[in-house]
Design a protein around this ligand. Structure first.
Ligand SMILES: [Fe+2]
Length: 442
């Protein structure tokens, strides 16, 4: 929309909490917008006036009710320039610890400006028309080839290839990829200022939605209902490979304090893959670092699911533990927690974890979903930890994570609208299991 005084990028939503959200947008000309919100479109209850004239806006809407839908409109010079209809709204978060049913959309390696990107998006839009999605995970490599402002504008915020129609109602909780750092390969140092990623996103730094404050936008955590989410950064060499252990130390503190029933961790470069990136290859130092240095911490604290991108295929592991070497060192007898393929739609047993007892929180599922933009072929051999692998033409898509009370389901939603994988993990307390057994014996 290139009308004078109109919105030139966005609006989009960031950092939702139980009582607040940030609405971000850019304008064509310098202006001083007003945002109005209400529980019905154009029945405004509050307004937020920007303090200074600018082109770029990041406005925090606060003092909201939890788990509530609000509509919004953006006004410049008393003219409605965006929103004010049923398509522009947001939902505040469900409070920490409350058992609830919700879904999250995870999309990786998407900002390519391809028809495959568009098909994966449309498949989600169709799915979402009959489901409710709470928010959206970016799995990194969000804008190709270098994460510039123009690439974000043309391939991510764009209407045709991008997600203009989704961003207006679905907040995204991102992680950066190597392509968001202006380079295919990068070699450490302070990456704050490279690329457009950090100027576009606004993520929690002070534990605003739960979790331990990370005090940086590079990695962070938050809670929604019974689930704890952690966005890690696999891209900063200094955080993953060399001696600066700031992210790992924060991660340990955050996981130690976490009381949530489920924990989902996401970052860009997967610990295990035999797709367009092979985690066994000697130059894949970031993948190796996440596998050797971060995966042991995640498993020690019982993380349930790890979701990554980077490899332009779909891969989903068995429930595993303790595999931190090359694929040839995988020992199923020691490292496979369950032999089930975990796809209940195909008659497999679901994965089960217990929250306490001898084997409390044992095992983690690893999924790679780097097919949001353009899938690539899979080499002839797969990774032994993987229960499901898909690659090549027609495999573009995304991952829907659904939580129903004590059940986690992952659904690989392909561009044609079908599901290529549906895995399930159920959490029981040990006491709950015994009680169930007693009832069965009666
Ligand atoms: Fe990547």
């Amino acid at each position: 929309m290139n009308v004078k005084g109109a919105i030139s990028l966005g609006p989009y939503l960031q950092s939702p909490t139980t009582s607040s959200i940030n609405i971000l947008f850019w304008t064509d000309t310098i202006s001083k917008p007003i945002i109005k919100i209400g529980r019905q479109p154009q029945k405004w209850e509050k307004q937020y006036v920007t303090i200074t004239n600018s082109f770029v806006f990041n406005i925090k809407i606060n003092n909201l009710l939890e788990n509530t839908t609000y509509y919004y409109g953006i006004y410049i010079n008393n003219q409605l320039v965006a929103g004010g209809d049923s398509l522009h709204y947001f939902n505040t978060f469900v409070k920490t610890g409350q058992l609830t049913n919700f879904s999250v959309w995870a999309l990786g390696d998407f900002g390519k400006g391809t028809e495959e990107q568009r098909r994966a998006k449309i498949a989600f839009e169709r799915y979402n028309s009959t489901h409710t999605t709470a928010f959206w995970l970016w799995l990194g490599d969000n804008a190709y080839h270098s994460g510039t402002v123009e690439e974000f504008r043309n391939k991510v915020f764009d209407r045709y290839y991008g997600y203009d129609s989704i961003m207006r109602f679905l907040p995204f909780l991102p992680t950066p990829g190597n392509h968001d750092y202006l380079s295919l390969l990068h070699y450490g140092g302070n990456k704050e200022s490279l690329g457009a990623y950090y100027s576009l996103v606004n993520v929690y730094q002070q534990g605003e939605a739960g979790g331990v404050a990370s005090k940086t936008e590079k990695y962070y955590s938050y809670n929604y209902g019974q689930v704890h989410f952690i966005s890690l950064n696999s891209e900063c060499w200094s955080y993953s490979v060399w001696g600066n252990m700031r992210m790992k130390n924060w991660l340990k503190k955050d996981l130690a304090a976490n009381q949530q029933l489920f924990t989902v961790v996401y970052f860009h470069q997967p610990p295990y893959s035999k797709g367009s990136h092979d985690s066994d290859t000697f130059w894949e130092l970031f993948m190796k670092a996440m596998r050797k240095r971060i995966a042991p911490v995640l498993e020690e604290y019982g993380v349930d699911l790890v979701v990554c991108g980077h490899s332009h295929v779909y891969e989903r592991s068995f429930l595993i533990k303790g595999h931190y070497g090359k694929s040839t060192s995988f020992n199923p007898k020691k490292m496979l927690v369950s032999k089930s393929f975990g796809d209940v739609s195909k008659g497999d047993m679901p994965y089960v974890k217990f929250t306490n007892g001898k084997n409390a929180n044992l095992g983690t599922i690893y999924a790679t979903c780097g097919v949001g933009g353009r899938p690539e072929p899979l080499p002839d051999f797969g990774h032994p930890v993987m229960a499901v692998q898909a690659a090549g033409e027609g495999t573009e898509g995304s991952l829907i994570l659904s939580f129903e009370q004590n059940k986690l389901s992952g659904k690989y939603l392909k561009g044609d609208g079908t599901f290529g994988d549906q895995f399930t993990l159920i959490k029981y307390t040990k006491a709950g299991k015994q009680k169930k057994k007693k009832v069965a014996e009666k």
